[in-house]
Design a binder for this molecule. Structure first.
Ligand SMILES: [Zn+2]
Ligand SMILES: [Zn+2]
Length: 142
C-alpha cells in the first residue's frame, strides 16, 4: 500500500510506493534510547522510498553495520538503515509514527522482548523473540 512519511517540521518526506502492512517493535537498548520510547519500524527494502529533502537528513553511525537518520532541523528520528555490505545493505526501517496515515498496519513481531522495560506490554498474539533468538535470526540472514 502507498504511504507517505514526514518529519515533524516537514523538511523531509518519504514516499513509500509499496509499504508493508506489518510493523515490528524492537526493544533493544539502542532503539529504546533512539526513539525515546517504543520503536516501531516499517521494513522498506533498499530503494523502496523516494526521499524529498534529503539534504536535511543527518546520520548517526550507531554500529558497524547501520546508521540512524534524523531530521537536522526538528530532530525527528526518521529511519534505521543497514550500511554493511551484503543482501540487506540499504534496507531501511522507517518509524511507524512518521506515517501521515498509519492505519491498516498490524503489529506482527517484537524482538529483544527480554529487554523490554517492565512498565508496559504490547497486546496481541504475535511473534515475540528474545535477544538470543533475534541475534540467531540475524546471523542466519547475513
Ligand atoms: Zn524535520
Ligand atoms: Zn533495536
Amino acid at each position: 500500500m502507498h504511504k507517505t512519511a514526514t518529519c515533524l517540521c516537514g523538511a523531509v518526506t518519504l514516499d513509500i510506493a509499496e509499504a508493508p502492512d506489518t510493523t515490528g517493535a524492537c526493544h533493544c537498548g539502542m532503539c529504546r534510547k533512539w526513539s525515546g520510547g517504543i520503536y516501531l519500524g516499517l521494513h522498506v527494502p533498499a530503494g523502496g522510498a523516494t526521499i524529498t529533502g534529503a539534504q536535511n537528513i543527518s546520520a548517526y553511525t550507531s554500529s558497524d553495520w547501520a546508521e540512524r537518520c534524523f531530521c537536522a532541523t526538528c530532530g525527528t528520528n526518521l529511519f534505521y538503515r543497514v550500511t554493511a555490505p551484503g543482501p540487506m545493505q540499504g534496507d531501511m526501517h522507517v518509524g511507524l509514527g512518521l506515517l501521515d496515515d498509519p492505519s491498516g498496519i498490524s503489529l506482527t513481531e517484537e524482538i529483544f522482548i527480554d529487554r523490554k522495560p517492565d512498565g508496559y506490554a504490547l497486546a496481541g498474539d504475535h511473534k515475540r523473540m528474545t535477544e538470543a533468538e533475534t541475534l540467531a535470526m540475524f546471523a542466519d540472514i547475513s
